[in-house]
Design a protein around this ligand. Structure first.
Ligand code: TRP
Ligand code: ZN
Length: 885
């Protein structure tokens, strides 16, 4: 924790590294309170650089000595300043030996080398390697690594690092050692070390080229029974990358390790991926369907990084989306393909777009808005954002939408043939896509350089006599911090036309050939008109099919048209979208009605439409569940100029209750008929049924009828899996049943006792309470005092504090400002422990300027209070940007 002067780093200031590293030899003598690190580095002058200075980065290191070409350097031989160590005027070829001491047990930031449950782990992305030793810690310096680990044999029987195990042996004093060799050149952010008392599930696996590889999933002993799904997911990932992209595993051994204390989801260290336990551990007793799906996608994500990230890496951190946007796109496609059906693909697409809208659109409209390839940062950790990841993935998806799967594959092939083994830029990726497909993509680059969510307005005119339909599209991108003027984007706009029976109509653009029943309009100007000919009748337009571009569509369609799309569109995504638009429209007017003290009503046509969807058994249960889930409070807030959290909450509760009443019989049926048979399987068809059944339960509980409370209690008691058990418990707590029925109340305690030793389940226990609309600040404060609560473990801190501040709109925004005070108090405390996690908590106030005036005041007060404290660079950057926007 430092009270830093904020230095801003600019993308334009990039210069090549003065020295390159051929090889590094690292030796660790591990001890929890003192670890000795010896780094022997062979450096060579970079002919592209004019400087002859070696620049090393270091943080919280105790430097013992530096030896250069055999000579120990005196303090006067180098200069240190602000984490930089500079040795000036160095000859072309140098061997540098750096001895340092570090203190893992004092490291609560979880960056660099740290302890978790007594075992050693590292996290080096983005700039954690500099907490291990002085080194040119930047991604464009790539070296081969040899790593020797020495440690107590009993306490740390397992010693792991990247690459291949080449030697092991015993040492005096009950110590032992292992030597690992990674033949692939890599940047320091991909270095990893794990040492401790761990066990593994392992398998040999045959690659497409016939080679056998060893796969391992390492966990603490009590978790070995929760590793099967991660192993399956890893094997699926390997197969998928072989078949879809022709990319093979390049190592003889691939390891995954789970750790309880981790700042983010997981990390793609070469050959030694490290995961937050929540993205590895699963069995039916402790993990939900969502957990299973997340594990599959995160295991895939990290594995896919082996090519998109490790083999081809980023030149500098501004290029982060080069690897993250691309790898998220790849994991999305992986999960979609694995569902094995069109409706499964649609379900995945809807979920991904929902995330984008819920989290990225607000970011793009708030104080932290930045381009997919940012231009400036103070702390790079703050730029691991939904914009870089999820919007970045949408940008990659647009290449595929423009060029088709085959064209996209050609671009990927060219990208690897040009850049394998190198550290490159987003523009290199764009150039490969452009060249492989013979297209000039210079305009497309604006998706990387301009922030903000573009709005696309659609207007149409049908000429009955000429049988033509003109579609006018115009685009506008609102200003964002530091970017007032925007140039038009190249927007692939997918469109289809439905006739009055709901069938897709054949499409022919004026002067063009037939384009099937769905086509991509390329919008490149500020506004453009497209004319369809031979249009037999006035169509209903299905616009932006499958969400073909990350934009906000402004197109006023009547309720009748939306109802038509909801029941007939062949594009599953747009069926769902139509339902969401119908609901959102009503939620916005209901919110206004709440604010104006008007009576609340819901029209029958809308309820009937929901009834039809609910009863349409020809539709997959998973799709019905998505269609019948109302837009979140956050989503409604996005559509309002001024955010009144309580009004939004009441409006949404009213709509839920009304739909529960009007469709009571159908919800009951849905609950009855979607029970799954036989033993639990986390497959899409069963998961979809459970999701619909549990949505039905949550609607029924909104009716405050003891019969349904009883039904939920029984579901809880009978459940043979966490999905059904947690859904029942959550519904009971969130509906308020819990407070009215002592029998229900006992379940919360029962749940705690049953899962006391399962940290990830206890996280769920905290979070389901923290997100309850009935959980006021007193409840949260009491939970904070629970012996199982700790700020030091990020998963635990997130479950309770983020659960409340981020996912409990009704209570967090209490009129007396108590929610904001709670936020500031915990933010300040957390910042002293873990800046990276604290800075994420700081983001909860992104939207404060759009709150209603009565909330804006206490919000500002809380923000100012935080800004007056000594803060980490991470949190300081967020708070200052939030206040000044
Ligand atoms: N590169 C990782 C991923 O997306 C995420 C990551 C970046 C990370 N920095 C981190 C994980 C710090 C943990 C801690 O897969
Ligand atoms: Zn990633």
């Amino acid at each position: 924790m430092t009270s830093s002067s904020s230095i801003t780093i600019y993308r334009q200031d990039y210069t090549v590294p003065p020295f390159l590293v051929d090889h590094i030899d690292l030796t660790f003598d591990l001890g929890p309170s003192v670890t000795q690190v010896k780094a022997t580095t062979r450096l060579r002058h970079n002919p592209e650089s004019e400087s002859h200075d070696i620049v090393l980065y270091g943080e919280a290191l105790e430097l013992v000595k530096i030896v250069m070409n055999g000579k120990t350097l005196a303090k006067s031989d180098y200069a240190t300043d602000n984490g930089e160590l500079r040795i000036a005027n160095v000859p072309d070829d140098v061997t540098l030996v750096v001895d340092t001491l570090i203190h893992p047990d004092q490291n609560t930031s979880l960056m660099g080398l740290y302890l978790s449950n007594g075992n050693f782990f590292t996290q080096c992305e983005a700039e954690g390697f500099r907490k291990i030793t002085w080194y040119p810690d930047r991604p464009d310096v790539m070296a081969t690594y040899t790593v020797t680990i020495r440690a107590d044999k009993e306490k740390y029987p397992v010693l792991l690092s990247n690459g291949n195990l080449v030697e092991t042996g015993d040492l005096p004093n009950n110590r032992h050692y292992a030597v690992w060799d990674d033949p692939f050149r890599k940047p320091s952010y991909l270095f990893a070390l794990v040492a401790g008392n761990l066990v593994c599930r392992e398998e040999t696996f045959k690659l497409a080229d016939g080679r056998d590889v060893l796969l391992q999933v390492w966990v603490e002993k009590n978790n070995l029974d929760k590793t099967a799904h991660a192993m399956e997911s890893l094997k699926h990932s390997i197969r998928w990358d072989e078949s879809r992209f022709g990319l093979e595993l390049d190592l003889d051994r691939f390891m995954i390790v789970a750790v309880s204390d981790f700042n983010m989801g997981a990390m793609e260290n070469k050959g030694l991926n490290i995961f937050n336990t929540r993205y590895i551990l699963a069995n039916p007793r402790v993990a939900t369907d969502t957990d299973y799906a997340n594990i599959e996608s995160v295991v895939g994500h990290e594995y896919f990084h082996n090519w998109t990230g490790d083999r081809v890496t980023c030149r500098d951190w501004f290029q982060l989306s080069l690897k993250e946007g691309l790898t998220v796109f790849r994991d999305q496609e992986f999960s979609a393909d694995l569902t094995g059906s069109d409706s499964g693909r649609a379900v995945k697409r809807i979920e991904d777009v929902r995330t984008l809208r819920q989290l990225q659109f607000p970011e793009d409209a708030g104080p932290m808005a930045h381009p997919v390839r940012p231009d400036a940062y103070q702390e790079i950790n703050n730029f691991y954002t939904v914009t870089v990841y999820e919007k970045g993935a949408e940008v990659v998806r647009m290449y595929q939408t423009l060029f088709g799967r085959d064209g996209f594959r050609k671009g990927m092939d060219l990208y690897f043939s040009r850049h394998d083994g190198n550290a490159v830029t987003c523009n290199d990726f764009l150039a490969a896509m452009a060249d492989a497909n013979g297209r000039d993509l210079s305009q497309f680059e604006r998706w990387y350089s301009q922030a903000g969510t573009p709005r696309v307005r659609l207007e149409s005119h049908y000429d009955e006599k000429e049988r033509t339909l003109t579609v006018s599209l115009s685009q506008f991108c609102p200003p964002t911090p530091g970017q007032t003027e925007k140039q038009p984007f190249l927007i692939p706009f997918a469109i289809g036309l439905l006739d009055s029976k709901g069938n897709d109509m054949p499409l022919r653009l004026k002067g063009g050939k037939d384009s099937g029943t769905s086509c991509i309009l390329e919008l490149s100007d500020a506004s453009q008109t497209f004319t369809f000919v031979d249009v037999a009748e006035k169509p209903v337009i299905s616009a932006l099919r499958n969400f073909s571009a990350p934009v906000i569509l402004e197109y006023e369609q009547s309720d009748d048209e939306l109802l038509h799309l909801l029941s007939h569109d062949s594009d599953h995504f747009n069926r769902w979208e139509a339902g969401q638009r119908l609901a959102a429209r009503r939620l916005v007017s209901l919110t206004k009605a709440v604010q104006d003290g008007q009576p609340l009503t819901l029209d029958t046509a809308f309820a009937d439409a929901f009834r039809t969807v609910l009863s349409d058994t020809s539709l997959d249960a998973a799709l019905r569940e998505l269609a019948l889930t109302l837009p979140s409070e956050m989503m409604v807030a996005e559509r309002l100029d001024e955010i009144d959290p309580h009004a939004i909450h009441q409006a949404r509760q009213f709509m839920r209750r009304t739909l529960a009443e009007k469709l009571e019989k159908e919800w009951r049926d849905a609950w009855d008929r979607n029970r799954t048979e036989g033993t639990y399987r986390p497959v899409p068809s069963d998961a979809g049924k459970r999701a619909l059944k549990n949505l039905a339960l949550s609607y029924l509980l909104a009716l405050d009828n003891p019969v349904y409370c009883q039904m939920a209690i029984e579901q809880y008691n009978r459940a043979d899996n966490m999905t059904d058990r947690l859904a029942a418990l959550t519904s009971l707590v969130h509906s308020g049943c819990m407070n009215r029925h002592p029998e229900a109340k006992a379940l919360l305690d029962d749940f705690y006792r049953e899962f006391e030793n399962e940290a990830l389940v206890i996280d769920k226990w905290f979070s389901l309470q923290a997100t309850s609309p009935h959980a006021g600040i007193e409840t949260i404060t009491t939970l904070m005092e629970h012996p199982a609560f700790t700020l030091k473990n990020p998963n635990r801190a997130r479950s309770l504090i983020f659960g409340f501040c981020h996912n409990n709109m009704a209570q967090f925004h209490a009129a007396d400002g108590s929610g904001y005070e709670f936020w500031s108090k915990n933010l300040i405390e957390l910042d002293r422990i873990n800046p990276q996690v604290a800075a994420r908590l700081a983001r909860c106030m992104d939207q404060w300027k759009r709150y209603i005036p009565s909330l804006r005041k206490p919000a500002e007060q809380a923000l100012r209070h935080v800004s007056e404290q000594p803060l980490s660079r991470d949190t300081r950057e967020i708070i200052e940007k939030t206040l000044s926007a």
